[in-house]
Design a protein around this ligand. Structure first.
Ligand code: NDP
Length: 272
């Protein structure tokens, strides 16, 4: 019987997940259908249980429901627990497993696709919202040289620091405090690119050979990536690879099969 999966969010029509999972299913010969569900802002819970009653096997969760999904799960992986956000639900044996594959997706993209070492890196993570929470644990396994977290609302960066500082060298700061420091990997986990804005970064922060990574995708050369290029960053990347890799991790959790990501990343990048 064909198994049913979906991405749930609000809005959701922009989501590339149906396309990605259809491609994974075709490639691996898995018998599944993958839909998009637009849940009312106050109706996430009802939408999840309706889907489960239709014998749905798993959901991807996108904005603004990742924390609601964390609350809804009856058991959670450690990375989901620490992030307090869930992007993947799996329904099995009357339980709802909540996982967060965003961090694994980011790390896979940086290490395997872009060939940058995290372990020997000084990392600057901009942002302290859902995406930043989701990737911290994966960035710390194993711990890199250091992770500096900068956020516009600096209190949120300090909260993130307090949650993760027992796992490695993690420190929070405000943007002006970055001046004079250099980083090997600079990750934009803010939503600034969605609004054609850029966090207030001082010049000179890219170490020789540095990677500039913007988690947003489908936006071309964002203001942050443009700044990074002007500032001499050696490599620029957007979040397309992360998107496909986190989807592959969800697919693996659901189906026990690991799809090939490279052709799907290429397909999305060619689409523009
Ligand atoms: P949230 O709304 O949870 O957090 C937004 C963050 O961005 C906050 O830290 C906020 O700071 C900061 N911010 C927003 N605008 C600005 C600005 N102009 N200057 C400086 N900081 C700003 O969003 P998410 O964490 O869920 O998502 C962040 C980004 O990551 C989005 O672009 C999203 O598309 C992307 N993403 C990509 C994924 C992928 O697979 N490639 C997966 C998940 C997310 P403050 O706290 O001060 O408000």
């Amino acid at each position: 019987m064909t198994d049913l999966y979906a991405v749930i969010g609000n809005p959701v029509s922009h989501s590339k997940s149906p396309l990605i999972h259809a491609e994974f299913a075709r490639q691996t010969g898995q018998d599944l259908r993958y839909e998009a569900i637009l849940a009312p802002l106050d109706g996430f819970r009802e939408a999840v249980w309706k889907f489960e009653q239709q014998r749905g096997k798993g959901l991807n969760v996108t904005i603004p429901f990742k924390h609601d999904a964390w609350l809804e799960a009856t058991k959670r992986t450690e990375r989901a627990e620490l992030a307090q956000a869930v992007n993947t639900l799996k329904f099995e044996d009357g339980e709802v497993l909540g996982d967060n594959t965003d961090g694994a997706g980011l790390v896979q993209d940086i290490k395997q696709n872009l060939r940058f070492s995290l372990r020997s890196g000084r990392i600057l993570l901009m942002g302290a919202g859902g995406a930043a929470h989701s990737v911290m644990m994966s960035l710390l396994e194993p711990p890199p040289l250091s992770i500096t977290i900068a956020n516009r609302t600096v209190e949120k960066a300090f909260l993130l620091e307090s949650r993760f500082k027992s796992y490695g060298s993690v420190m929070a700061c405000a943007y002006p405090d970055i001046a004079g420091k250099q980083f090997d990997i600079v990750i934009n986990a803010t939503s600034s690119s969605l609004f054609d804005e850029i966090p207030p970064l001082p010049p000179g922060i890219f170490a020789p050979g540095a990677l500039a990574y913007d988690m947003v995708y489908g936006k071309g050369l964002t203001p942050f990536l443009r700044f990074a290029k002007e500032q001499g960053a050696a490599k620029l990347a957007d979040g397309t690879g992360m998107l496909v890799e986190q989807a592959a991790e969800s697919f693996f959790l659901w189906r026990g099969v690991r799809p090939e990501t490279a052709p799907v990343i290429k397909m999305l990048k060619d689409e523009g």
